[in-house]
Design a protein around this ligand. Structure first.
Ligand code: NAD
Ligand code: UDP
Length: 324
């Protein structure tokens, strides 16, 4: 078995491992031969996302809530546990804040206890409705602390704070990445995010629901690229603590994304316009120069290719879900 960068076999804890990004990270780490513990409470994830890994001897699954303290012998912790779609995190905002903040504290304590390297999945949402474009890591952000998105934005900002405090005060090897919009197979169909919504609407020839006038922008990163960035950050030297932006700088308006998905699915869907949600960021594009320089990482999967794969995934799901 060959390991990344010549590293030996690791015991890896992936919280939120049954979610969208987490399940792809589990795939990669299991394939690399590491011992993987997938921890999840299934708030927004699903066992089916990792069911194919259950027969591997180096994979185990633990139903657990990161808001509770835990002691496990591990070498690396990827903390991905947190609802990520606005629809999900706004359903239970208190639970969202608790998951980000208490989860980070509990897992940083575990890292301190075991000497594990700790990687926090933060988010581009820490920049809020950014007033600079593209967003670089030195930008402090423009976040409403009391709005409907704040449970997520401020929860993640506080999780970042605790990471750097554990680093300074206890010498824990804590690292932070800021993940920008990511898409791919295993996005939850009902999570209300742009890619899952538009693809499902297009496949059903239903209206494509653009919120606002569609001029707001997002930059979409395919999940395999994102997983590569997470692994590269974990394997980086200890002095690379971040925060490091991970995302694809290829920026599109929401309207362009709707039109592209309609074209790729050859759908008959019409585009309709609805109200823009409160505090919806107008522009989002990562500056990834630190990731390129420090991690030698950059995304490589083009939007049309990634979207075609994702459309293929949703088509297969619909075929399986439809009773014959
Ligand atoms: P997801 O909702 O698919 O996955 C999150 C997982 O965490 C789910 O399996 C959920 O059940 C689990 N979870 C939630 N609360 C938990 C708790 N208290 N204890 C244990 N498990 C819990 O979301 P995702 O898109 O895979 O996002 C993964 C991580 O990446 C999140 O931390 C998110 O904030 C971050 N992120 C994602 C994106 C994106 O575009 N997907 C963008 C920025 C940041
Ligand atoms: N969006 C939209 N229609 C949808 C879902 C989302 O127009 O059916 C817009 C949303 O208002 C936002 C962008 O698409 O401007 C991305 O939304 P998403 O929820 O995927 O992620 P966000 O980046 O807002 O967290």
């Amino acid at each position: 078995m060959r390991f990344r960068h010549g590293l030996s076999k690791r015991r890896i804890l992936i919280t939120g491992g049954a979610g969208f990004i987490g399940s792809h990270l589990c795939d990669r780490m299991v394939q690399e031969g590491h011992d993987v513990i997938c921890m999840d409470n299934y708030f927004t994830g699903a066992k089916s996302n990792v069911a194919h890994l259950l027969s591997y001897p180096n994979f185990e699954i633990l139903r657990f809530d990161v808001r509770e303290p835990i002691l496990l012998e591990v070498d690396e912790i990827y903390n991905l546990a947190c609802p990520a779609s606005p629809r999900h995190y706004q359903t239970e905002p208190v639970r969202t804040v608790e998951t980000s903040v208490m989860g980070a504290v509990n897992l940083l304590r575990l890292a301190r206890e075991t000497g594990a390297v700790f990687l926090q999945a933060s988010t581009s949402e820490v920049y809020g409705d950014a007033q600079v474009q593209p967003q670089g890591e030195t930008y402090y952000g423009h976040v409403n602390p009391i709005g409907p998105r704040s449970c997520y934005d401020e929860g993640k900002r506080c999780a970042e704070t605790i990471c750097f405090d554990y680093r300074r005060q206890y010498d824990v090897q804590a690292k932070v990445v800021r993940i920008f919009n990511t898409y791919g197979p295993r996005l939850a169909p009902a999570d209300g995010r742009i890619v899952s919504n538009f693809i499902l609407q297009a496949l059903h020839n239903k209206p494509i629901t653009i919120y606002g006038d569609g001029s707001q922008t997002r930059s979409l990163c395919y999940v395999d690229d994102m997983v590569g960035g997470l692994a590269a950050m974990m394997d980086s030297p200890d002095d690379v603590a971040g925060p490091v932006n991970l995302g694809n700088p290829d920026e599109h308006t929401v309207r362009e994304l709707a039109e592209l998905i309609v074209a790729l699915t050859e759908s008959k869907s019409k585009i309709i316009f609805g109200p823009l949600p409160e505090d919806d960021p107008h522009k989002r594009r990562p500056d990834i120069s630190i990731a390129v320089e420090k991690l030698d990482w950059r995304p490589s999967i083009e939007l049309e290719i990634g979207l075609s794969r994702t459309i293929g995934y949703f088509r297969r799901q619909l075929t399986f879900d439809t009773p014959s």
